[in-house]
Design a protein around this ligand. Structure first.
Ligand code: DLL
Length: 436
């Protein structure tokens, strides 16, 4: 299925965005006292906003604003118009609660099913949704997307990995949707039970909700023979299906007729031109329940400056390599978990299970340790040969140091000692605060 809005002539797309932007701006100004106060504080009112180009006059909205107005202080409609809630947990404090009106669920499933169609799925596909169902948007979001496209949806949610594999094979599942880390867990389990991927009909993996590297993607494709696709989204903006990659595999198309993207410098907050790396900001162009204007995602990426060979006019962002909150500063050097992942997988594609531990040494200097889990076969070989084990450890520490420029401690740990994840994976453990 080809989705017409993906290919809309650019001038028509800008017209749609312009019209929807003016409408959403007027709605939040009229209906959300919190917004009106913020806008007035910044000397913005309906007279000063005449077109989308005036968006630069508007203040940004942050996650903390949603937290501070918990639970419904930023809703733009009365509760009788809300038909569903989702919430994003965060690690500390109150969750942020999103309210969806009927129109919001329709627009969301439109976008997420457009993403599935872009990946190559059709009504003939059997889609296993192994994202968690519940407050997290992954499960219900992909579920609605699959049903809307006409797929047969298998709502397994996360967990019970053996049963996931059995159903995948027995029901002829052709596409699975889950986090990349849960798919790694599924691969791990499949190896343990001697599962034969050629007995399945699996042709697509639909993965997102956390950063994953090109190396990780290749590992998953090589292991299973399917094609992995990247789906992007966030609860605040709707859920999965804000964007996704097309078969050209060169960035994620944003469904720009619903979500207007900007890239800003996170320090100066100035907009950056297409092509430059910065923080992704979204304006939801037609959300009804909880519209957001210039929402700072904390995700670091760039808008691709060129047109995609697939012919879609909706612009692309580069894959999200990290969030600004993921950055670790170790002895003054910026380090991202995705760099560590790429380096480990370049050494050996099987080194997909790892953790990063930050600490302080006796003199108060930051230390970084990478715990790496080899496969059972690798581990058995290394265990009986101290020299080989030391060489392996040194190779990892050396590659990390050569590429990133600081000393790493590398530790080889036993198979299965790193906990597996059914949802988003926690890789970084920062114990430095505890010692201050
Ligand atoms: O993770 C929505 C989602 C569900 C997306 C299923 C894709 C698939 P949140 O829990 O609110 O929503 O987390 C949103 O996850 O700001 C990014 O930092 C990260 N993220 C989402 N998709 C990707 C991706 C869902 N494809 C946050 N690549 C976002 C990298 C991603 N990071």
């Amino acid at each position: 299925m080809i989705s017409a809005p993906d290919f809309m002539p650019e001038h028509m797309l800008r017209d749609v965005q312009n019209r929807k932007f003016l409408d959403v701006f007027r709605r939040v100004y009229a209906n959300v006292p919190w917004y009106r106060e913020l806008l007035e504080k910044n000397n913005v009112n309906p007279d000063s906003v005449k077109s989308l180009t005036d968006i630069v006059k508007l203040p940004f909205v942050k996650k903390t604003d949603l937290r501070e107005t918990y639970p419904t202080g930023m809703f733009a409609v009365p509760m009788e118009k809300i038909v569903r809630f989702h919430a994003s947990s965060g690690t500390t404090g109150k969750p942020i609660v999103m309210g969806y009106a009927r129109e919001d669920l329709d627009a969301w499933s439109e976008c997420s099913s457009r993403a599935l169609a872009m990946f190559g799925l059709t009504a003939k596909d059997v889609l296993q949704v192994s994202y968690g169902y519940g407050l997290f948007t992954g499960g219900l979001g992909l579920h609605d997307a699959g049903e809307r496209l006409g797929c047969a949806v298998l709502p397994t949610s996360g967990g019970n990995t053996g049963r996931q594999l059995m159903l995948m094979r027995d029901l002829g599942v052709t596409a699975i949707a889950c986090t990349p880390s849960y798919f790694l867990h599924i691969i791990d389990h499949a190896r343990k039970i001697g599962f034969d991927w050629s007995e399945t009909k699996l042709r697509f993996g639909i993965h997102g909700a956390e950063p994953w590297t090109a190396e990780m993607r290749k590992f998953m494709e090589d292991e299973t023979g399917y094609v992995a696709r990247d789906i992007y989204g966030l609860t605040e903006v709707s859920g999965p299906g804000v964007g996704g990659d097309c078969p050209c595999n060169s960035g994620l198309h944003i469904f720009e007729d619903h979500f207007y993207p900007e890239i800003i410098d996170p320090e100066t907050l100035e907009p950056l031109p297409d092509g430059e790396l910065g923080e992704l900001v979204f304006t939801t162009l037609d959300k009804v329940g909880l519209p957001l204007i210039r929402y700072r995602t904390r995700d670091i990426t760039r808008i691709m400056p060129d047109r995609c060979p697939c012919g879609r006019t909706i612009r692309r962002i580069d894959r999200i390599s990290h969030r600004s909150d993921d950055m670790m500063i170790i002895r003054g050097v910026n380090v991202f978990p995705s760099q560590v992942e790429s380096i480990l997988l370049a050494i050996d594609p099987n080194l997909v299970n790892f953790q990063i531990h930050l600490d302080k040494d006796a003199s108060g200097l930051d230390t970084i340790e990478v715990k790496v889990e080899p496969t059972p076969a690798q581990f058995n070989e290394l265990w009986n040969d101290d020299d080989a084990k030391e060489a392996f450890r040194k190779r990892i520490a050396g590659s990390l140091k050569d590429t990133i420029g600081i000393g790493f401690k590398a530790t080889v740990v036993a198979p299965d000692s790193i906990p597996r994840s059914e949802g988003k994976c926690k890789r970084v453990f920062d114990n430095r605060g505890a010692k201050e």
